[in-house]
Design a protein around this ligand. Structure first.
Ligand code: SF4
Ligand code: SF4
Length: 114
């Protein structure tokens, strides 16, 4: 099992979650983070850190976001690790309440840890 980052993270990327992960399993894309399912130890520490409630245990993933498990798996293999909190995106406040924003997802990698 693993934890999964879902749609609310897109264009926010507050990154509070990465500071508490004991195994550095977050990976950074241009406008979203994902979790590596092979590294996540299901400790649950990140769930309450996310200000937009984007992170779910795999078994509690809402039906509408089931496909984010595959998205996390795919992009964790392509994007760099991020383990240090960064400033949120400039769009974070504007998009934190936006519900339908999956079409804004960008598959390009982020910078990761400097
Ligand atoms: S805290 Fe939430 S919004 Fe911020 S990067 Fe982590 S999952 Fe995304
Ligand atoms: S559940 Fe724990 S190990 Fe998995 S991503 Fe969150 S903080 Fe990291």
């Amino acid at each position: 099992m693993t934890h999964v980052v879902t749609e609310p993270c897109i264009k926010c990327k507050f990154t509070d979650c990465v500071a508490v992960c004991p195994v550095d399993c977050f990976h950074e894309g241009t406008n979203m983070l994902v979790i590596d399912p092979d590294e996540c130890i299901d400790c649950g520490a990140c769930v309450d850190e996310c200000p937009v409630s984007a992170i779910y245990p795999e078994e509690d993933l809402p039906e509408k976001w089931q496909h984010f498990l595959d998205l996390n798996t795919q992009y964790a293999a392509e994007w760099p690790v991020i383990s240090q909190t960064q400033d949120p995106l400039d769009t974070a406040e504007e998009y934190r309440e936006v519900e339908k924003k999956e079409e804004l997802f960008e598959p390009t990698p982020g910078k990761g840890d400097d």
